[in-house]
Design a protein around this ligand. Structure first.
Ligand SMILES: *Cc1c(COP(=O)(O)O)cnc(C)c1O
Length: 473
């Protein structure tokens, strides 16, 4: 494909994406295909001769689109959203176009320095502690996901507590980690991968708001110490996945300081709320953290994947992950004046992901981002009020930010039936969780193009369907 052909075909693809967004509400939000439908529609073998982009676009429409769940639809209320935006898509396209591999500063200085600058901007925009800035002892790095960020934190914590010897000799001590029973499963996965052992992760019980009970955390740590074990890592969450609960970070941080445990904060979804000064209190205690992660690919209009991972002390991270084979030796690295981000995470190679974040922040500006986040929180509060005012439904836990946990006052089976009936009809898509053993419906409001009418419409569908199901009982 020549640059001239690329210009032509590329315009068709941009048009195709723009058309998609104009028509997105015409599709059923949740894909209606059955397992195997898509794979069976594709040829058994790869084409021998090259094919045209026009043929590929035709197959996108006919074969791929039926198997898409429309995450960018304003009628998507499921899980935590993974919103994107046109400036992000364009930034990502530029990154693909440049095709650089930014493992070292020397392999594309801009890929490193834009990332450093943008993450310092973000730290300022979110009023994060001084130590998270690259100009101080720590700094930020873009990881693919919050799961990888948690694993990275666990491994760095393991090295710090074993004086960076586990990397050399293997693990010979019984280390113990702590998280709440509501912590995301990625922490358990990280503990397994890092060789700590699932049996050495303590899941601390939560209070009625689903926040970690620090009295129990303290007791458990004392008990483990008494048994000759070494507590080394605690994860606190801002916005748990089930119910957006907030752990008591100042208390956890204090315990971590006393016990010399690494304190990681997982703010995957709600982290974006820190853009607004009035929500920044959710992160009180962050100044005690060793590491902090949030996903611009959830609520900050930046397409998947993009996780921001800040550490208070980058030396600990670099001592854990640095490796320098002969073939990567270069002057800039040896001068010590540059960041080589391959030393800040697990993999070697890395995309120029900072570009999409840079495009997003510059397009919206701080004010534009704040406006959208406030609007989503306002819409969630409105939805919560409608639920409170209704006879048939109830709010299950207080709404923290942009996610409402509610249920129909009848039983679990009815709630699940209600949700499945609505999702199969395809007008909206939302999901459930369990809190205290009870089925709870979740309405997550964070779509880039969502408006009040979409939330109103969703509430009407939920109420109408519930009444219909009740009358048929
Ligand atoms: C979504 C989520 C994660 C996992 O995010 P990935 O980026 O997909 O790994 C971790 N923690 C919390 C609290 C989450 O909500």
């Amino acid at each position: 494909m020549s640059p001239e052909q690329f210009r032509e075909e590329g315009k068709k693809i941009i048009d195709w994406i723009a058309d998609y967004y104009e028509q997105i509400e015409d599709y059923p939000v949740l894909s209606q295909v059955k397992p195997g439908d898509i794979i069976n529609s594709l040829p058994d073998a790869a084409p021998l001769q090259g094919e045209s982009i026009d043929d590929m676009i035709k197959d996108l429409d006919e074969k791929i689109m039926p198997g898409i769940t429309h995450w960018q639809s304003p009628n998507f209320f499921a899980y935590f959203n993974a919103n994107t935006s046109f400036p992000s898509i364009l930034g990502d396209l530029v990154s693909s176009g440049l095709g650089v591999q930014g493992m070292l500063w020397a392999t594309s200085p801009a890929a490193t320095e834009v990332e450093t600058r943008v993450l310092d901007w973000l730290a300022d925009m979110m009023n994060m502690p001084e130590q998270f800035h690259s100009t101080s002892s720590g700094g930020g790095v873009i990881q693919d996901t919050a799961s990888t960020a948690a694993l990275t934190a666990i491994i760095a914590a393991r090295e710090r507590v074993t004086k960076f010897k586990t990397n050399e000799d293997g693990l010979d001590k019984k280390l113990v980690a702590y998280a709440s029973s509501q912590t995301h499963s990625s922490v358990e996965k990280g503990i397994k991968i890092a060789g700590i052992g699932r049996a050495n992760l303590r899941l601390i019980d939560v209070d009625e708001n689903c926040s970690m009970r620090t009295d129990l955390l303290e007791q458990q740590i004392q008990q483990d110490r008494a048994n000759g074990l070494i507590p080394f890592f605690v994860c606190g969450t801002i916005g748990t996945t089930s119910s957006t609960a907030i752990d008591p970070l100042p208390e956890i941080g204090k315990i971590c300081k006393q016990e010399k445990c690494w304190f990681h904060i997982d703010a995957a979804s709600l982290g974006t709320a820190m853009l607004c000064p009035e929500f920044r209190h959710l992160a009180n205690g962050v100044e005690l953290a060793d590491s902090y992660s949030f996903n611009p690919h959830k609520w900050m209009f930046t397409n998947f994947d993009c996780n921001v991972f800040w550490v208070a002390n980058r030396k600990e991270l670099i001592n854990t992950f640095s490796i320098l084979p002969e073939y990567l030796r270069n002057k800039a690295t040896e001068s010590g004046e540059v960041f080589d981000y391959r030393d800040w995470h697990i993999q070697l190679g890395r995309r120029f992901r900072a570009l999409k974040l840079w495009f997003v922040i510059r397009h919206y500006g701080v004010k534009g981002l704040q406006f959208l986040i406030r609007e989503h929180v306002r819409l969630a509060n409105e939805f919560e009020n409608w639920v409170k005012d209704s006879e048939e439904f109830e709010v299950v836990v207080p709404t923290t930010m942009n996610m409402v946990c509610f249920r129909h006052k009848s039983d679990d089976a009815f709630n699940l039936k209600l949700m499945n009936t609505i999702n199969e009809a395809g007008k909206i898509f939302f999901t459930h969780t369990k809190l205290n053993g009870q089925v709870v419906l979740r309405m997550n409001i964070g779509q880039t193009h969502i408006e009040e009418k979409h939330v109103k419409n969703a509430w009407k569908i939920i109420q109408d369907t519930a009444r219909e199901l009740e009358s048929n009982r």
